[in-house]
Design a protein around this ligand. Structure first.
Ligand SMILES: Cc1cc2nc3c(=O)[nH]c(=O)nc-3n(C[C@H](O)[C@H](O)[C@H](O)COP(=O)(O)OP(=O)(O)OC[C@H]3O[C@@H](n4cnc5c(N)ncnc54)[C@H](O)[C@@H]3O)c2cc1C
Length: 281
């Protein structure tokens, strides 16, 4: 969908209650007639391989070869620029991806808008027992209600934030009364190689749901521009799996995994399920 905000042409996908991922620019802007942005990757790879591309001359085959063999620099010839609004706790995870160029809204310079991430009652997750870093299912409704009431109280600080700012407290300090559920926004520009790395980590089921939905929106926005690369990314990365030496040995010998580490064993069982092997006998 094309949305016009502040005079910018953009493709915009709303995310969570107040967030969005908007694609505002990309490179290549030009592609040969009938071709997609994947052409820029093929063009760069052909320079690098020269005569060697004779064996893999078909564009789609070449892109898929590059992704299978982790020959990634041609992917860096494609760039995307996004405008994103997300809760601060999501931004903290996001900013760990160091290869992007970022310009964030300044809460020292401007008043923070009144936007807070506020999940619905049935979206309040329970602490996972199997994954210390994750949530699982929903917590009982009494506890969820208490949690949401606490969020309401934290959001009510916004009035005091405005009042204190008006009374002369510096914005850079006054903001510290706001919770990490408040939204921030930034422009985020990154090349396709590093975007795929970001998506691989943040579309994964181990990533927190609140950042996963942003990553999924980003993937939807780039798919029409580099469809061949995105398809290869799903085939060779997102839906693929890595087997360790111990796991390969277990498959070959038909024996249980040669490890006493419980987490490693659980990971192996999950991979067996994905491979349709059934649980270890
Ligand atoms: C599910 C999950 C849980 C996480 N939990 C935690 C946590 O508990 N605590 C925590 O602190 N972080 C956590 N992280 C963040 C994680 O450790 C990484 O910082 C983050 O995923 C960024 O990964 P990256 O460094 O590969 O990416 P980027 O910063 O985008 O870098 C891309 C690639 O560039 C290269 N690169 C970039 N900078 C350097 C450098 N300085 N030196 C060498 N190579 C470089 C590396 O090859 C890197 O993989 C978590 C991430 C995920 C996905």
């Amino acid at each position: 969908m094309v949305d016009l905000m502040g005079g910018d042409a953009r493709w915009n996908i709303p995310v969570l209650d107040h967030g969005f991922v908007a694609l505002v620019d990309c490179m290549p802007r030009f592609a040969p007639e009938g071709k997609t942005g994947d052409a820029a990757i093929v063009q760069a790879a052909r320079v690098s391989y020269g005569q060697g591309t004779k064996q893999i001359s078909e564009d789609r085959g070449l892109v898929r070869y590059l992704l299978r063999h982790r020959h990634t620099t041609p992917l860096e010839m494609v760039e995307f620029k996004f405008h994103i609004a997300m809760p601060i706790f999501v931004a903290r995870q996001w900013i760990r991806h160091r290869t992007a160029n970022v310009n964030e809204y300044s809460a020292r310079y401007s008043i923070v808008p009144d936007r807070f991430y506020h999940p619905t009652l049935d979206a309040v997750r329970k602490q996972s027992t199997s994954n210390r870093q994750g949530g699982d299912g929903t917590v009982d409704s009494g506890t969820a209600t208490e949690f949401l009431a606490l969020l309401d109280r934290a959001e009510a600080n916004y009035k005091d934030y405005l009042r204190l700012s008006e009374q002369g407290v510096a914005r850079e300090l006054a903001r510290s009364v706001l919770p990490v559920s408040v939204y921030t926004e930034w422009y985020w520009k990154c090349d396709l190689h590093n975007i795929l790395h970001f998506l691989s980590l943040r579309m994964d089921e181990h990533a927190q749901m609140e950042i996963r939905v942003f990553a999924q929106a980003m993937f939807e926005l780039i798919k029409p521009i580099v469809p061949v690369t995105c398809e290869a990314f799903v085939d060779y990365n997102l839906e693929a799996m890595h087997l360790t030496r111990l796991e390969i040995e277990a498959v070959r010998s038909g024996q249980p995994l040669n490890s006493t580490n419980k987490r490693e064993q659980a990971e192996w069982e999950a991979k067996r399920a994905k491979l349709g092997l059934g649980p270890t006998a």
